[in-house]
Design a protein around this ligand. Structure first.
Ligand SMILES: CC(C)(COP(=O)(O)OP(=O)(O)OC[C@H]1O[C@@H](n2cnc3c(N)ncnc32)[C@H](O)[C@@H]1OP(=O)(O)O)[C@@H](O)C(=O)NCCC(=O)NCCS
Length: 162
């Protein structure tokens, strides 16, 4: 029996979720790319974003509640692709983080299954995520969960030319 339960987040969870998000950002920033630098107000801005998502009918903020606190969380929402595409509505996963001590126990899979069920209950069966290809954990997880890349997001730094 898993001792971790999946539940809806509440505003009381915000400090724990922001702490997990900061660990994710630090993980990304470890590769030295300046595009991962965050603004000074980022924690408050991210908390406001999560609070807003908690109030939207098309969004879900889920917490994996372990015996010792929050093991992980996922935030996602139903979004729309441009009107030119036949497949317009997509379930989007914005962020997914599991604390290091709780990894490889199926927590992220359960969070993803729960948000996928939320999307499916609204008739949305495609699910999308953005992840950094250099993030081996994310690449391993999303690939194992059946996601395949469609686009590459590319940036040119100031001063670079073609
Ligand atoms: C990616 C992450 C959310 C996975 O969480 P998790 O709870 O450990 O994932 P699960 O236990 O549900 O893993 C399911 C499967 O995904 C794959 N997987 C998970 N972590 C992996 C890793 N580090 N390397 C390779 N494959 C991995 C495996 O196939 C795994 O099944 P297995 O353990 O039976 O081999 C977690 O490692 C994490 O929070 N990483 C830092 C934040 C991050 O990168 N988030 C994603 C940003 S989009």
């Amino acid at each position: 029996m898993p001792t971790t339960i999946i539940r809806d987040a509440t505003p009381l969870d915000l400090p724990a979720l922001v702490t997990l998000w900061q660990a994710l950002v630090a993980h990304h920033a470890g590769d030295g790319d300046p595009l991962w630098a965050v603004a000074p107000h980022a924690p408050e801005t991210y908390a406001a974003f999560l609070r807003q998502q908690m109030g939207l009918r098309r969004a879900k903020v889920l917490v994996a509640q372990g015996p010792d606190g929050v093991d992980g969380y996922l935030v996602g929402a139903i979004g729309q692709r441009a009107a030119v595409w036949a497949q317009r509505e997509i379930g989007m996963v914005f962020d997914l983080v599991v604390r290091p001590e709780a990894r490889r126990g199926g927590v992220a899979t359960r969070l993803l299954d729960a948000v996928s069920a939320f999307f499916a209950a609204r008739g949305v069966t495609w699910v999308q995520v953005n992840y950094a290809p250099a993030n081996a954990e994310a690449a391993g997880f999303w690939t194992a969960r059946g996601f395949r890349p469609l686009l590459i997001e590319a940036y040119r730094a100031p001063g670079e030319s073609c």
